[in-house]
Ligand binder design. Structure first.
Ligand code: COA
Length: 163
């Protein structure tokens, strides 16, 4: 398996992969593939990485710009998707590590995401006092530092997420 940037010809496959990955997810809203195509159309994908196994796309991760506590320049990591038949094999972790390395190399001071704290704590993400996002329980709003301290404050997502 190799992790690489998306290519133009991957776009439809990425949408199918995301939809399939989220079919059984507990917090799905069915709109996850549209988030990525919306971010792409808005030229707001900081990264869009695929896990490619002999030409088959088995995982994907995206990041987009966000403001935290009124400060721009942070990265929101979302969504993360692995084909159901391949979950639990370290592919999501490999995608997350690759994304974090890219963002750190690009000098992003910190990153945030919305997700299960038990899963994402292994990557250094945690809920933090003062960190929040409208409409989302604060336990699920997580951040970590990259080149700087872990950001806190109100998370202001790209408009694609808020409709
Ligand atoms: C979440 C997801 C990306 C993780 O990818 P993965 O390749 O299955 O994860 P890994 O193999 O790297 O890690 C497996 C570990 O994550 C845990 N895990 C996976 N999904 C989890 C979830 N939604 N909540 C809590 N823990 C989860 C597994 O229990 C396992 O734990 P262990 O290492 O202690 O045994 C993948 O399961 C997925 O696509 N799920 C559906 C879509 C989704 O919910 N995405 C996340 C929200 S953006």
């Amino acid at each position: 398996m190799k992790i690489r940037d998306e290519r133009r010809e991957d776009e439809d496959l990425i949408a199918t992969l995301i939809t399939t990955a989220f079919l059984e997810a507990p917090h799905r809203d069915g709109n996850e593939a549209c988030l990525v195509s919306g971010l792409r159309a808005a030229q707001a994908l900081l990264l869009s990485l695929v896990a490619d196994e002999d030409g088959q796309l088995i995982g994907h991760i995206a990041a987009s710009p966000c403001r935290i506590g009124g400060q721009s320049g942070y990265a929101l990591i979302a969504p993360v998707s692995v084909l159901p038949s391949r979950q639990g094999q370290g592919i999501g972790s490999a995608l997350m590590q690759a994304a974090l390395q890219r963002l750190e190399a690009a000098r992003f001071p910190g990153a945030a995401l919305v997700g299960d704290p038990h899963y994402y704590q292994r990557f250094g993400f945690a809920a933090r006092a003062g960190l929040g996002c409208a409409g989302i329980p604060s336990d699920y709003v997580l951040s970590r530092g990259l080149t700087g301290a872990a950001p806190v404050g109100e998370l202001d997502l790209h408009a694609v997420f808020t409709g």
